[in-house]
Design a protein around this ligand. Structure first.
Ligand SMILES: [Zn+2]
Length: 700
């Protein structure tokens, strides 16, 4: 990720002849695509495409026809499956040339592509399809390697291409991908049959080969040549050398954790956003350099880069040599206002009569000298990927400025891509966001039965979830399980004991650093104990108080402070117990603590209302399945006190309920979700019993 690699880090061929021997042409294309897409030095996430022209039998006539297999719209080469490719009749694609009416009618060509589909393949063809169709080579790769884009983004890109590749790579000036660029690639590759590929100015690389393996090796070879030439010829130090000191790791994390919720609140009034923090070596070198301000202002070059990161980042005013975070914070409103005004002016300058309406004018990328980079987007994966793209852009700027002068894409060209009607259509086709999209939830007792069920429900509804628990092993298992269903981006864990003040502060900081802030607190960590009053030790009493009262107090106080700073409201849900409302013989320590918990929730509801912070309670009863509380002594104690066998406990509680139903962790999760989400936007200070009916617990 860091430098343009040299020596042993160089990109090596991973082609396995034995593995490839048994593959069909489409399988070889898939194999090559996965190899190429798995290395970010070769192409960025979701960037680039690959193709093969394959002889196949026509479904109706049985005749052999030439079929273009090409990566379809969307998806990523590293993880693409065979159904990620679109298939098109090559002769029909060639026939489209007769329909082409010129540059200003480019977009209508996209509508013709579905008519060329082979074998009813439902995968939509991408706008890059003509770029592959008209190059008269069997196998074609189109990659976005940082090292090649560095050369493609130099002021003297054409001359450098000739010099470095000694005539083996051709060069085409910047042009938005589409039908016309396809024709230009065809013309150049036919006029100069010795070419092994073509560099597209400000964009990337085309390479080809007669076999899948030959094409793959050729692509790698060109990238390696670019890397080693840049390494041998780059001026040192990069970016004009260091201007700011790099702060220590913990300091960087602390500053980022402090700034992220503040920024998130300021840019998330219309739509909740997720944050990502990166302080990798490449980022630190850039944000601490002499060239930071002028290069950041130039904007990115490759279209993929700025579609993900906006035309330029916001450089946050912070001096790591004399850190004054209060000063930085007090200047954020003005800095964001200036950025938005600048973005709106760019829109107004560049818009066409039929351009889509201006989009969110807030920055995506935030560069902080001495600290690192923040990014914000509508979900965690998009925020993470945006920062990866900016690292690609940093690599490109370092490479280009090291050997020549880096040039960003012209403002009008950038606008034409950002507000391209085809891009807008893609955005309009996106599914409606889920009910908790953009929200961040913290679940205490997250490794237990109810905690995990709650996490699952919130994740299903689109939230990101931080789980905390005292049990390290159970926490790791819960994360693994949830990540399998919902992906690694949206779920994280932090081990902690919620009875300690510093530990609770650390949970909140970890949540801010990982996701950018906090919107939902599910306070669920719990224990239970049972003993007649005269046998209740002070230790047992204090243990109940420390976890169920002090723990709930500490976590909600810290969450409350953060939500107040963020200024976007919030929702807290306390998982209490029927026993908080109903006195139960032989469990005074537990019942009293649970009653205190419920009352604490009501007090916070009172103070939180003016801040838009809602606080509600869910009271479960006898949720036995998956519970660590019920696994232990509590079950035996309850069985003994009710004079039944331990195995009969579940049935006993079922029969005791009014509805004669067992209560499951998922039932509690459903109630928590309701209170956590906007579905209950007008409820605060309430109690929702989920106990299959218990008249003694009726609220009044
Ligand atoms: Zn491209």
């Amino acid at each position: 990720m860091n430098a343009l690699n040299t020596g042993k880090d160089s990109i090596n061929s991973l082609w396995d002849d034995k593995l490839a021997a048994a593959m069909s042409e489409p399988e070889l294309l898939l194999y090559r695509s996965n190899l190429l897409g798995s290395d970010f030095r070769i192409t960025n996430f979701g960037g680039g495409n690959t193709s093969a022209k394959v002889q196949m039998a026509d479904y109706l006539s049985g005749e052999q026809v030439e079929v273009l297999w090409v990566k379809g719209s969307g998806g990523d080469l590293g993880s693409i499956k065979i159904d990620g490719f679109s298939t098109l009749y090559l002769d029909k694609l060639k026939g489209l040339k007769a329909r082409y009416r010129g540059l200003q009618f480019e977009d209508e060509m996209v509508d013709y592509l579905p008519h060329c589909t082979f074998n009813l393949n439902p995968r939509a063809a991408s706008i890059d399809t003509p770029l592959h169709a008209y190059i008269q080579k069997k196998h074609v790769d189109h990659m976005h390697p940082d090292a090649i884009i560095a050369i493609a983004a130099c002021a003297n890109s054409k001359a450098l291409t000739q010099q470095i590749f000694e005539g083996e790579l051709g060069w085409l000036p910047w042009q938005r991908p589409g039908f016309d660029l396809g024709l230009k690639l065809e013309a150049l590759s036919t006029e100069q049959p010795k070419l092994k590929g073509i560099i597209l100015e400000g964009h990337g690389l085309f390479t080809w080969g007669d076999t899948a393996k030959g094409c793959y090796e050729n692509t790698l070879d060109m990238i390696r040549r670019a890397e080693s030439w840049l390494n041998a010829n780059s001026k040192q130090p990069a970016f004009g050398g260091e201007k700011f000191p790099v702060l220590a790791t913990e300091q960087r994390a602390a500053i980022a954790a402090k700034l992220m919720p503040l920024l998130r609140g300021k840019i998330g009034k219309q739509e909740f956003k997720l944050g990502h923090f990166d302080d990798s070596a490449a980022v630190l070198q850039f944000v601490c350099s002499q060239d930071l301000a002028p290069l950041a202002a130039l904007g990115t070059s490759c279209p993929d880069h700025f579609l993900r990161t906006k035309i330029r980042p916001l450089v946050v005013d912070f001096d790591p040599a004399n850190p004054d975070l209060d000063k930085t914070v007090s200047g954020l409103d003005a800095a964001l206002e200036a950025y938005r005004a600048d973005y709106t002016a760019y829109y107004e300058r560049c818009k066409h009569a039929n351009s889509p309406a201006v989009r969110d004018a807030n920055p995506i990328i935030y560069l902080i000298p001495g600290v690192g980079m923040l990014s914000f987007a509508k979900d965690k994966a998009t925020a993470r990927i945006a920062s990866e793209f900016y690292i690609n852009a940093i690599n490109v700027m370092r490479g280009a400025n090291g050997v020549d002068k880096y040039v960003g894409l012209s403002e009008q060209e950038a606008f034409n891509i950002e507000y391209w009607l085809l891009e807008e259509a893609k955005l309009q086709r996106m599914p409606k966001p889920k009910s908790l999209a953009g929200r961040i939830a913290l679940v205490t007792g997250g490794a237990g039965g109810i905690g995990q069920a709650v996490a699952r429900q919130l994740l299903r509804e689109g939230a990101c979830v931080m789980l905390t628990d005292i049990d390290t092993e159970a926490l790791a298992a819960a994360q693994k399980d949830l990540a399998k269903s919902f992906g690694k981006d949206s779920v994280a864990t932090v081990q902690a004991d919620i009875t300690g003040e510093a530990a609770v502060e650390a949970i909140i900081a970890a949540t801010s650093l990982r996701f950018g802030g906090l919107d939902i607190l599910v306070s669920n960590a719990g224990i239970a104990s049972a003993a007649p009053l005269d046998q209740t030790t002070l230790e047992v009493w204090e243990r109940n108080q420390s976890i169920l009262v002090t723990g709930y107090f500490l976590v909600s106080r810290a969450a409350f402070r953060l939500m107040k700073q963020q200024k976007t409201g919030g929702s807290m849900v306390f998982v209490a117990s029927k026993n908080g409302l109903v006195a139960s013989a032989g469990a005074s320590a537990y019942c009293t603590a649970k009653a205190a918990e419920i009352h604490l929730a009501r007090c916070i509801a009172l103070e939180g209302a003016s801040e838009g912070i809602r606080v509600n309670v869910v009271n479960p009863d006898a949720v036995i399945r998956g519970s660590r509380i019920w696994d232990g002594k509590w079950k035996e104690e309850r069985a003994a006190s009710n004079k039944i066998e331990t195995d009969d406990v579940e049935e006993f509680y079922r029969q005791r309920s009014m509805l004669k139903l067992g209560v499951l962790p998922e039932d509690i999760a459903e109630a928590v979700y309701f209170l956590a989400s906007d579905k209950s936007a007008k409820s605060t200070g309430n109690i929702l019993n989920v106990d299959a009916g218990n008249a003694a617990a009726f609220t009044r």
